[in-house]
Design a protein around this ligand. Structure first.
Ligand code: 13P
Length: 247
């Protein structure tokens, strides 16, 4: 069985003070012991948050990383630096990175391969825009994004795939559980065809896009939804209810 996975992507939010309160909420909360929980603070806060969460079941993740080990890449943090700092996870290919910062499928694949080579685990984000959905291109788009990664990555055991329809991110417009399940099933079928049935059975495919306490239970019941990547609601105590969606 696949361990349910809930990630909190804090994006570019929080101060040292608000972050401390958030980690306190998490360390004091009763979190379902059967769920893997990861939070992704901004790079500046990673080590502080890691320390504040030490001894809890919540792990930390970076929101992005660069694939070169070191050098003249002003403003970047490398996968090697994350490894050195014992940051176990990194989110790659988030739609905001792709759209606002121009990351291509090939860039994301290169970063994914580099992160895995350093022993990190990767939350690999994919998803279609509203225009692509309306043109019935959803499955083609996610398959294109996944194939780009598969060109450079053979071992998928340390990857969690996050399906995040761009039109559902930060909009309050959550995909219906049927819409999400349909794409998750297509992703698992892709994985079975491309990577083999065992890998497909073990691959966690999580949903992101306006996940909230009020919609998480229904989504969590879908057979191919193995957890969530939560943005806005991960900054609130509500995140605990999302972690506990199956209770
Ligand atoms: P929201 O939950 O705020 O829609 O963000 C989703 C997301 O982008 C998580 O990575």
């Amino acid at each position: 069985a696949r361990t349910f996975f809930v990630g909190g992507n804090w994006k570019m939010n929080g101060s040292l003070e608000s972050t401390k309160q958030l980690t306190q909420t998490l360390t004091q909360a009763k979190l379902d012991s059967n769920v893997e929980v990861v939070v992704a603070p901004p790079a500046l806060h990673l080590l502080t948050v890691k320390e504040q969460l030490a001894g809890s079941k919540v792990a930390v993740s970076a929101q992005n990383a660069y694939h070169k080990a070191s050098g003249a890449f002003t403003g970047e943090v490398s996968v090697n630096m994350l490894k050195d700092a014992s940051i176990p996870w990194v989110i790659l290919g988030h739609s905001e990175r792709r759209t606002l910062f121009g990351e291509s499928d090939a860039n994301v694949a290169e970063k994914t391969a580099a992160a895995l080579a350093e022993g990190l685990s990767v939350i690999l984000c994919i998803g279609e825009t509203l225009e692509q959905r309306e043109a019935n291109e959803t499955v083609n788009v996610v398959v294109r994004q996944l194939n780009a990664a598969a060109d450079q990555v053979k071992d998928w055991s340390k990857i969690v795939v996050a399906y995040e329809p761009v039109w559902a991110i930060g909009t309050g417009k959550v995909a219906t559980s049927e819409q999400a399940q349909e794409v998750h099933a297509a992703i698992r079928k892709w994985a079975a065809d491309k990577l083999g049935k065992d890998t497909a059975d073990q691959l966690r495919i999580i949903y992101g896009g306006s996940v909230a306490a009020k919609n998480c239970k229904e989504l969590a019941q879908q057979p191919d939804i193995d957890g969530f990547l939560v943005g806005g609601a991960s900054l609130k105590p509500e995140f605990v209810d999302i972690v506990n969606a199956n209770n």
